[in-house]
Design a protein around this ligand. Sequence first.
Ligand code: GDP
Length: 297
Amino acid sequence: MAFEGLAERLQGTLTKIRGKGKVSETDVKEMMREVRLALLEADVNFKVVKQFIASVKEKALGQEVMKSLTPGQQVIKVVNEELTALMGGEQSKIAVAPKSPTVVMMVGLQGAGKTTTTAKLANHLRKKHNRQPMLVAADIYRPAAIKQLETLGKQLNMPVFSLGDQVSPVEIAKQAIEKAKEDHHDYVLIDTAGRLHIDETLMDELKQVKEIAKPDEILLVVDAMTGQDAVNVAESFNEQLDVTGVVLTKLDGDTRGGAAISVKAVTNTPIKFAGMGEKIDQLEPFHPDRMASRILG
Ligand code: GDP
C-alpha cells in the first residue's frame, strides 16, 4: 500500500506530541523538522515541503492558546488540515456538461494506465452515477491498445467506438462524438495515444483532438510509482493542454506517495481519481481529507 513508510514516520513523530498537555515552540519546531524529513524522504517536491512546513508552523504557533497550554492534538489537527489543503482540499468531481454528451479526453504517457483507467472510469460512471458512457479507441499507435479497450468494453458490456488504426485520432474523435449523440450516450471517454516520452508530435496531435472534441474534461493519467517524474509529466501536459484533472494510478503499489502529495500544489490541477489496482472496479474518487487521515493515522 502507498504511503506506508511516510505514514509510519509521521505517526511516530506525531505520537510524541499527541499526549502533551503543553506544547512549546521548541516542540513544534522539533516536530516540524521531523515532518519535513519524512516528506522529503517520501519524495514530496522540496518546494512543496518548504511551503507546507512554513504554513503549519505559522498556524500552529499563531494560535493564541498554543503559547501557553495546548494539547498536542491541536498541532496534529493543523498538520492534518494543511495536508488536506495541500492535496486539494475539497474533493474535485468529474465534469458534467450542461448538454449531453460530456466529453472526456484521457491523456498520459504509455504505460501509465490510460486505457485501463478509461474503462474503469466508464464503469464508475455507470455504477455510481447511472450514466451510459461510450468508449472511444483513439490510441492508434500502441499495438494492442484498441484491442485492449474493446476487450474491456466487452467485459463491461459497453460500446467501444473504433475505426481501426489507419484513421487519424482527430477523425476518430469527430465521428465518435457524432455517434454518441445519435445513440444518446451521456459520456464519451476518448482513450488517446501516449508515448514513452513527451514529444512535440504527441502534443500537437492531442491539441488537434482537443480542438475537434472540445472536451469538458481532460484527465491526465499518471503513474504514482514514478514519483517526481509524475509531477514533471503533469506540469508538461498541463502547460500544453490545460489539463482539468489528474488520475493517479498504482497507488496500491509501494509508492512513497510524493506524487500524490505534490501534484496539486505544483500543477494546480486537482487529483480527481486514484487507481487502486488492476481490476476494473479499482478506481476511487480521490478524497484529500481521507488521504491525509490515512497518512496521519
Ligand atoms: P496505457 O499504456 O497508459 O494505456 O496503460 P495500460 O492501461 O495498458 O496499463 C499499463 C499497466 O498498468 C497494465 O498492466 C495495467 O493493468 C496496470 N495498471 C493500470 N492502473 C493500475 C492501478 O491502479 N494499479 C495497478 N497495480 N496497476 C495498474
